[in-house]
Design a protein around this ligand. Structure first.
Ligand code: PLP
Length: 390
């Protein structure tokens, strides 16, 4: 099924989906699948949501794109909604997660330059993932995404995740630090959930050192962890947040939100995007937010996520080879004691779409609309796959 005209960037699975509806996908043979991946934490509202499809059509018939040289009402409405939902002050719109992170990293650098720091340095974390552009692979600690692309950008130090003492040591020895950039739950790195007080301690450390606290909520945001944003499990206020994935339910849109002094950094001429936040993307994303709120999908993600995690823990408790079952909301990882990539195909054979990340972690990222019966099917299938495999 490999098409030679496509650059060989992806090791694709030999399944071709041609249609989706809600939590289900269908392949070319008409076989039905339960989608527990949602296009990698993107399609929170499931596939072909009628209100999202209508919003795209309506906006395409009204006005699609005018550029950021002009004001744009859908973009203004989306920015207002995002600020109200997050407590942030303003937003820069991009087209992807990596681009949202580029904006965040530019804010950190300019924040440092404006303070007279010539080599502003951002702390990022082991097992992190921030994207595939040059700045975001430099920020990402995982050497797999960096190899072959040297020289990378300077200005990053990688610290162990969920280890405040390690950061305190960096604070004492490195006066060039301007920001900490962190995933509230690491996604690609293996669904790593830090201690409950980790973000609050990070917040305090950032205040004490005049560092920006920048959260990469590209995977954890938009309801995924059972709060609209993952940091809302705590009472902190971050300085910068990046979003993408679930924001457009499949329509490409990203956002970099800023608060307080971070919101004043970018001025005309400092940053830009031709497409970022165009009327089509903005109206679609605003519709996605409206539906998530109207249908109480954040609460649903919280409830169904707890059910899946606790029932998987109960079912797989005594199974050999299970290292850990963890997660927050509908961001769930089952860590095994050996590589388990082959479970992706085994699950497809059983009619379930899931993912394996970090080599040995089964990752479940179902749509926020998952109901009890979807969850039961998923729990049953994953339990029997893991038992057969272990
Ligand atoms: N940051 C995180 C935490 C991600 O999970 C991802 C994608 O998986 C990205 C950034 C990059 O987003 P994109 O692929 O839209 O550039």
């Amino acid at each position: 099924m490999q098409v030679p005209e496509l650059m060989n960037a992806y090791a694709r699975i030999d399944t071709l989906f041609v249609r989706g509806e809600g939590t289900r996908l269908w392949d070319t043979e008409g076989k039905e699948y339960l989608d527990a991946l949602a296009g990698i934490a993107v399609c929170g509202l499931g596939h072909a949501h009628p209100k999202v499809s209508k919003a795209i059509c309506d906006q395409a018939h009204t006005i699609t794109h005018t550029s950021n040289l002009f004001h744009n009402e859908p973009q203004q409405r989306l920015a207002k909604a995002l600020c109200a939902l997050s407590g942030m002050d303003n937003v820069f719109f991009s087209n992807s997660g990596a681009e949202a992170n580029e904006a965040a990293l530019k804010i950190a650098r300019k924040y440092g330059n404006d303070k007279g720091i010539n080599n502003p340095t951002v702390i990022t974390f082991e097992k992190s993932f921030h994207g595939r552009t040059m700045a975001t692979i430099s920020a990402t600690a995982n050497s797999k995404v960096k190899d072959g692309f040297y020289p990378l950008l300077d200005g990053f130090v990688h610290a162990p995740y969920d280890d405040i003492d390690a950061l305190k040591a960096i604070a004492e020895n490195n006066k060039d630090i301007v920001a900490v950039f962190v995933e509230p739950v690491q996604g690609e790195g293996g669904v790593n959930v830090p201690a409950d007080n980790y973000l609050s301690e990070l917040r305090a450390l950032c205040y004490a050192n005049d560092w920006l606290l920048m959260l990469d909520e590209i995977q954890t945001g938009i309801g995924r962890t059972g709060k609209f944003l993952a940091y809302q499990h705590t009472s902190i206020q971050p300085d910068v947040i990046t979003l993408a994935k679930g924001l457009g339910n499949g329509f490409p849109v990203g956002a970099c939100l800023a608060h307080g002094k971070a919101a004043l950094v970018i001025q005309p001429g400092n940053h830009g995007s031709t497409f970022g936040g165009n009327p089509l993307a903005s109206h679609t994303a605003k519709t996605v937010l409206d539906i998530i709120i109207e249908e109480n999908l954040v609460e649903n993600a919280n409830r169904i996520g707890k059910k899946i995690i606790s029932e998987l823990q109960a079912a797989l408790n005594d199974v050999e080879g299970i290292v850990d079952i963890r997660g927050k909301g509908l961001m769930i990882g089952i860590e095994l004691n050996k590589p388990c990539g082959e479970l992706v195909q085994a699950a497809l054979n059983e009619g379930v779409v899931l993912n394996v990340t970090a080599g040995n972690v089964i990752r479940l990222l179902p749509p926020l609309i998952f109901n009890d019966s979807d969850a039961d099917t998923l729990i049953q299938t994953v339990t029997s796959l893991v038992k057969d495999f272990s």
